[in-house]
Write a protein that binds this ligand. Sequence first.
Ligand code: DLZ
Ligand code: SF4
Length: 507
Amino acid sequence: MSKLILILGDQLSPVIASLRQWQPGDVVLLAEVQAEASYVGHHQHKIVLIFSAMRHFAAVLLQQGMQVEYIDYNQRIASLYEAVAITLQRQPQLQSVIVTAAGEFRLAQEIQSWQARLEKPVVVLDDDRFIASLALFNRWAQGRSQYRMEYFYREMRRYTGLLMNGTEPAGGKWNYDIENRKPCPAELAVPAPVAIDPDDITQAVINLVRSEFPKNIGDAGNFALAVTGKDARAAFSDFVVHQLPLFGQYQDAMVLDQPFLFHSICSMYLNIGLLDVRWMCQKVEQAYQAGQVPLNAAEGYIRQLIGWREYVRGLYWLLMPEYKTRNFFNAQTPLPGYYWHGKTKMRCMQQAIGHTIKYAYSHHIHRLMITGNFALLAGLSVDDVTDWYLAVYADAFEWVELPNTLGMALFADGGVLASKPYAASGNYIQRMSNYCSSCHYKVKETTSELACPFNALYWDFLARNATKLTSNARLQLAYQQWHRKDETQQAAIQKKAAELLIHLEQL
Ligand code: DLZ
Ligand code: SF4
């Protein structure tokens, strides 16, 4: 009995579970649809990436002799359900639908209703592109009162054998982050990441996105990402040689007008299936074993892949849908306009948002300690902020975006992911970047007219949330510093913060 195999836009892996079920007579369906393209206002590059990668992927399947139905955006199909229903109507010999589990709760829920609506069996397969199955993650999580990534990560190192000497971690330590917090000298030469010239398929998608999504953030015209597995693997291999050796020590650093530094810019390829996580880990481990990459860099990178990434996915599925409703600080303030246009006098925000608008990318410290930290300190609406991150980054799918934003950056889950809020004043940004010297604001000042907004907002955040946070052991030092200020100083800081919060839009 022939089947319809539906491949979603972030399932572009030749080894995806649903494709492994392919048999002659089956039809593979890929569909560009309105619902997926507009459930948030995706960055133009994100849409180009996904549509173009889907078109290239479909071409490969066709070459391999599979029967492929490709619905392009101009056919104006409302949803994936409609795409499936139409295809089944046109091809009544197809007896069932098979799909790999969707990465987002919203779509996974919807797919559960399809079988009844279509009156044909709909089989959903586990997404085994992740190393940790959800069953394995749930076993690890069961009975724990706290889910700390570090312990999950150690299990994953043992499970995969990556960077292990028998039962011991390579070099004797599990984690070398202590070596990975150096600021980067501004004059250091930074190799550019691989940029790909759009081919005819990508150019057609760029034109489509420009005309169909003209108001979405970003400009499809400067798209230069890989859209095939082959180009994505070449980009990653280039990273391993040129950037990875210094990735470790400078992974938290920020330099003016250097959006990429030593980061891989491959998360978007991995998250849509163009790269395979096991292959990436092996490349990194091989480079370490060949003496081309120091251990702190190899370990730091592998931890992101088999530790953090798999951990946030496990937590997402463990805690959804309730997780999305969390708002520990009751943060409600609407997002200021500069999150969309980048026009702000705060140099750090202008840089982080500017990179985001231009490339649908910024690295983890921009996301966590600049735009995320600002949102945390200013009490920006959790819904607005999480929608923003989901929309503006080419690598953002809710399973990875929501825990990182709601949990890690905003502490809106009250400490499920992070053991303390990642709140920081301008001092941290000055230490890790060269932004402050060219900023309109003065990083050393807190209450003056030109004082860095992060400073008063930081202290005010601690003061206004004291009842929720004073018992947190990791914030004791910060609260001691706050209490050491006399009442006049505290009042001046809180007055300044109140003014900043009223005039957020003008900063
Ligand atoms: C993000 C995205 C976009 C913009 N468009 C499509 C699309 O037209 N067709 C499709 O199959 N997938 C698309 N995607 C990716 C899906 O939104 C993604 O599969 C779900 O969010 C589940 O992770
Ligand atoms: Fe950012 Fe403050 Fe530094 Fe300006 S002074 S770049 S606002 S941290």
